[in-house]
Each structure stands twice: as structure tokens, then as C-alpha cells.
Write a protein that binds this ligand. Structure first.
Ligand code: BGC
Length: 438
């Protein structure tokens, strides 16, 4: 009975609340995850690691509740090769037309550096023309583009010369940025030079799961962090020189953390992790952000371990298991509210540039969107300046070292025929957009 009352209260509350006028609604993608046919550090890494990833699947995912549904795909080496991905490079017109049909008025995607500059200093004009057509297509479909310039994949000539550990990568990235700013100054207002530098540092230099797969390489991680921050600042300046009225923002992955037990050490640990995982990046580029892009997915339950057997040595991070995604991530929508309230302290407009769930059961996606948006709305009602929301992702896609089995899309893809089919959550989202309220 109590639960029913609470539910009822929520419904009452939902019905009366509205998002601000002019709120941007859309979905995000990234080049390597959807385009297909890329040649970059990831495509090379996939070839070398697909077999290993397939044979490790049972050990990595065997305890997930839905293991039996995914085991076949996850144990197949082909799952780990991005290959044609969603063939979005050729089908982008259909995909943006679909986004428009689903009510979106904005979209976020990334430009693939390895296509635009396949060799150092050699810019491929056909790739540049391609992305111009992509931008024109967005405009024709009434979709305001938010454009990321680097979403984790790098040209081979960059990775072969040390990637982001090499400080020279900064000036190379800035030349690429300058060229894009020259080419697209009339077409892009919202620029996001880097996608989630924190996740990149964590996955590539701490966990060692993504290329270049360095594990607990703390010095390298710190160097990469600093180089990425310099790259962001430099890109901020470069873009503003070319496009004075541009809005440039960092996309930042924020994690909501709770202690497994209220002990002295766990509390201290959360404070430290919260700073390193959540706020260090934003603090260090505060003067080079016109807006902040928050990407929120999951919460971690943190425990201080007596022995080095946690996820990061002495530190363990696990999901609480109350509501987990197909990937075992803990879903805690109220974390969205907490993070937004905290980000408001930077006094910048906020866009939620990613928020999504891997779910084969589409009803979970609908619930996820609604519950996260309820927390967004709560923050907005309390004065937090949130101006847009982008669900991750428009399409089912290539989920990095997990391959294709996690399904994030509002639109389902049959990877054999490339047929696109909007899920019922896409229509539920469409309804929210049309009403601009829950
Ligand atoms: C990344 C995406 C990724 C998503 C789900 C985000 O952190 O930007 O590339 O697919 O998380 O894991």
C-alpha cells in the first residue's frame, strides 16, 4: 500500500512538471561505434584481441543474470570486430531522418580523426566533404548537432608515435581541430573536443582493458590526463579564434559512488575517488568550458579491501545488484540528481550528453529514461541550468571491448541485414519530447 502511494505521488508529480522551453532532445553516437570501415588503433587492436576476448567471455560475463542469452554472441570472436558496425557512414541520411521522425531536435555524433587525416598532415577532402554533408543533413532534419572531435579512436600514425602519452599529440590534435573549425565554422555551434577523458585514462592506463592496454600505469595515466587537458584547452582557444560564437564544452563521465559500509576509511576513500573520478577534470578546465556535458550511466559501491584483490588493487567497486543493466552496471537514477546539483556549482549550462542502458528487455530502457529524466526535472525545478538530454544511443552499436552484444539503441539493428527498427522505448521517448514533460 505504501509503495502504491509513493508511486502515485510520483505520477502526480510527473504530470505537473515541464522541461524548460527550447530544451534540446536527442541521442548520441560515436564514429567508431557506428560508422563501419574505419582503420585506426581500435580496428588494429580488435584484430589482435578478438580471439582472446571471445575465450575470456565466460569468465568476464558468466555471472551476469542474462549470460545464457548473450553467451553465444559473447563467445564468438566476430562479436569483437567492429567491421561494418551499423554502416552509418553510408546510411547516415536514413538514420537522421529516423531521428527526426522520432521527434528529436538535436543529435550528438563524432568525427573520425583517422578518416579526416589518415596520414600526418594529409587531409582527406572526401572525408571532409562527407562530414559536411552529415552536418547539412542534420540541419535539413532540424537536428542541432553537438560534435565530438575525438571519441577514443586515433589514427594509426598517432598511436604508433605514443598516442596521448606523447606531448606532440597535443599540437597534432590542434591542427586537426583547426582544420575542422575552418571547414565547419558555419555549421557547428556546439563543439566537444574530447569524449570522456577520464574514462579513457581509466580504461586504457589503469584497468588496461582498452588499447594501449597499460594496467595500473599511474605515471602514464597522469601524463595522458595532463596532455588531454592541454588538448582541451588548446582546442577551446583554436575553435574560438575561428568561430567566435561557438559553444565549447568537455564531455565528462560522472559516477555516483556510495560506500558499502559507513566506515571511516570508506568515507575517506569516496571523497578521494570522487575528486579523481568526477571533479579533477572539470576543475582543471573550468576556464575553458562554455558548457558542461555530463554523461551518467551507473553507480559504484566502494569498499576498501584489506588485500590487493579489488577492482583497483586495494579498492573494490561493485554494483549493488538492485537494478542492474545487461552489462551488470548498477542503475541509480537519483545519482543523476546528486551529480547535477554538484555540477551546478560550476555555474555553466549543462547538457546531458549521454545517459543510457544496455537492455535486451526494452521495458527496462523505457523505465530507465523516465526515471533518469525525473531526476533531471527535479534538479531543473530546483534551479539547475540543464538545457538538453541525449540518450545513449540512437542505434545498437559496437560497445568497445564488449563488442556488439550489449544493446543500447533506441533503434534496434539487425546486424545481418542492417535493417533499423525503432523500439517501443523510442516512441515513449518521442512522447516525452512532444510534451516536453514527463
Ligand atoms: C562512452 C560510449 C560508450 C558508453 C557505454 C560512454 O562512456 O562515451 O562510447 O558506448 O559509455 O559504455
Amino acid at each position: 500500500c505504501i509503495l502504491k502511494c509513493v508511486e502515485h505521488q510520483y505520477c502526480q508529480q510527473d504530470a505537473s512538471l515541464e522541461f524548460p522551453k527550447g530544451f534540446l532532445w536527442g541521442a548520441s553516437t560515436s564514429a567508431h561505434q557506428v560508422e563501419g570501415g574505419n582503420t585506426n588503433d581500435w580496428s588494429e587492436w580488435e584484430k589482435k584481441n578478438a580471439q582472446r576476448l571471445a575465450s575470456e567471455a565466460a569468465a568476464r560475463f558468466g555471472t551476469l543474470p542474462n549470460w545464457k542469452d548473450i553467451s553465444q554472441e559473447a563467445s564468438n570472436p566476430d562479436n569483437y570486430i567492429s567491421g561494418l558496425a551499423c554502416d552509418h557512414y553510408r546510411r547516415f541520411k536514413d538514420d537522421f531522418a529516423l531521428a527526426k521522425k522520432l521527434g528529436h531536435n538535436a543529435t550528438r555524433f563524432s568525427i573520425e580523426w583517422s578518416r579526416v587525416e589518415p596520414e600526418e598532415g594529409v587531409f582527406d577532402t572526401s572525408a571532409i566533404d562527407h562530414y559536411r554533408e552529415v552536418l547539412q543533413t542534420c540541419r535539413a532534419n532540424g537536428l542541432k548537432p553537438f560534435v565530438t572531435l575525438w571519441h577514443w579512436s586515433t589514427p594509426l600514425w598517432i598511436s604508433q608515435s605514443g598516442g596521448w602519452e606523447n606531448p606532440r599529440t597535443i599540437e597534432k590534435f590542434l591542427k586537426y581541430t583547426e582544420r575542422l573549425a575552418d571547414e565547419y565554422k558555419d555549421l557547428i555551434k556546439f563543439w566537444m573536443p574530447l569524449n570522456e577523458p577520464g574514462t579513457y585514462v581509466g580504461m586504457s592506463y589503469i584497468q588496461g582493458a582498452f588499447p594501449p592496454q597499460k594496467r595500473l600505469a599511474l605515471f602514464s595515466a597522469n601524463r595522458v590526463f595532463k596532455n588531454l587537458m592541454k588538448a582541451h584547452r588548446g582546442a577551446y582557444r583554436t575553435i574560438h579564434q575561428k568561430v567566435p560564437d561557438a559553444c565549447v564544452g568537455l564531455s565528462h563521465y560522472a559516477v555516483f559512488m556510495r560506500a558499502s559500509r559507513e566506515s571511516f576509511w570508506n568515507k575517506r576513500l569516496i571523497q578521494i575517488l570522487d575528486y579523481y573520478r568526477n571533479w579533477r577534470f572539470l576543475d582543471s578546465v573550468d576556464d575553458a568550458n562554455d558548457f558542461i556535458g555530463i554523461q551518467y550511466y551507473h553507480a559504484d559501491v566502494i569498499t576498501f579491501m584489506p588485500r590487493m584483490n579489488g577492482r583497483w588493487g586495494f579498492i573494490d567497486a561493485k554494483s549493488a545488484g538492485s537494478w542492474t543493466t545487461d552489462m551488470g552496471w548498477d542503475v541509480v537514477p537519483e545519482g543523476m540528481y546528486y551529480l547535477l546539483k554538484r555540477v551546478a556549482a560550476y555555474r555553466k549550462p549543462i547538457y546531458i550528453t549521454e545517459n543510457g542502458i544496455a537492455a535486451r528487455n526494452d521495458r527496462a530502457r523505457e523505465r530507465f529514461i523516465r526515471e533518469n529524466l525525473r531526476d533531471v526535472l527535479q534538479a531543473v525545478t530546483e534551479g539547475v541550468d540543464v538545457r538538453g538530454y541525449f540518450y545513449w544511443s540512437l542505434l545498437d552499436n559496437f560497445e568497445w571491448d564488449k563488442g556488439f552484444w550489449p544493446r543500447f539503441g533506441l533503434v534496434e539493428i539487425d546486424f545481418k541485414t542492417m535493417e533499423r527498427k525503432p523500439r517501443s522505448s523510442a516512441y515513449a521517448y518521442q512522447k516525452i519530447i512532444a510534451q516536453n514533460s514527463l
